[in-house]
Design a protein around this ligand. Structure first.
Ligand code: UDP
Length: 160
C-alpha cells in the first residue's frame, strides 16, 4: 500500500446532493453530511446559498407544467440550501437509497427521509436520479474550480 494506485474510474462517479431549505432550518446539514462521509464517500464540493428562481427553474425543469411546480420552485428559493458534490462507487444509486423514497411516508426507516421527514414537499434532501442528471446538475450548481481534486488517504481502506 506504499505506492499511490490510480483510483479506478468507477470509484469516481459523482452525484449532486442538496440539503433543502427545511433541512437547513431543521439543523440536519451535519446529519446528512455525516451519513455520506461515514459511508466512505468523498466530498468534492460544498456551498451554502439561497437559490435564484433561474437556477431552481432549470434544476427542476423536468417538472415544469406539473401542478406542484410553482410551489416547488417557490419553496426551494425560500431559504438557504447546502449544495454538495459527492464522489464514489455507485454514488448516484446508493445516494438515492440512503435518501429514501420521494414521499417520506413511503421511505424506509434508516433512510434520511424515512428518519426525518413526513411531507412530500419537505423531504429534506435532493439526490440526482441518474448519472446523466448528476452531470447536468453538477454543471448547473458548480463551476469546475469549485470542485476539489485530492486523494483521501483512507481510499485503500474503503476500496479493495
Ligand atoms: N414534489 C412535490 N409534490 C409532488 C411531487 C414532488 O412537492 O407531487 C417535490 C418533492 O419535494 C420532490 C421534488 O418535488 O423531492 C422533486 O420530485 P422528484 O419526483 O424529482 O423526486 P426526488 O427525485 O426528489 O425524489
Amino acid at each position: 500500500m506504499g505506492t499511490t494506485v490510480a483510483m479506478a474510474a468507477s470509484n469516481q462517479e459523482r452525484s449532486f446532493i442538496m440539503v433543502k431549505p427545511e433541512g437547513v432550518q431543521r439543523a440536519l446539514v451535519g446529519e446528512v453530511i455525516k451519513r455520506f462521509e461515514q459511508r466512505g464517500f468523498k466530498l468534492v464540493g460544498l456551498k451554502v446559498l439561497v437559490p435564484s428562481k433561474d437556477i431552481a427553474n432549470v434544476h427542476y425543469g423536468e417538472h415544469e407544467g406539473k401542478p406542484f411546480f410553482p410551489k416547488l420552485v417557490g419553496h426551494i428559493t425560500s431559504g438557504a440550501v447546502v449544495a454538495m458534490v459527492w464522489e464514489g462507487k455507485d454514488i448516484v444509486k446508493t445516494g438515492r437509497a440512503m435518501i429514501g423514497a420521494t414521499n417520506p411516508l413511503a421511505s424506509a426507516p434508516g433512510t434520511i427521509r424515512g428518519d426525518f421527514a413526513i411531507d412530500l414537499g419537505r423531504n429534506i434532501v435532493h439526490g440526482s436520479d441518474s448519472v446523466d442528471s448528476a452531470q447536468r446538475e453538477i454543471a448547473l450548481w458548480f463551476s469546475p474550480d469549485e470542485l476539489a481534486e485530492y486523494d483521501p488517504t483512507v481510499t485503500p481502506w474503503i476500496y479493495e
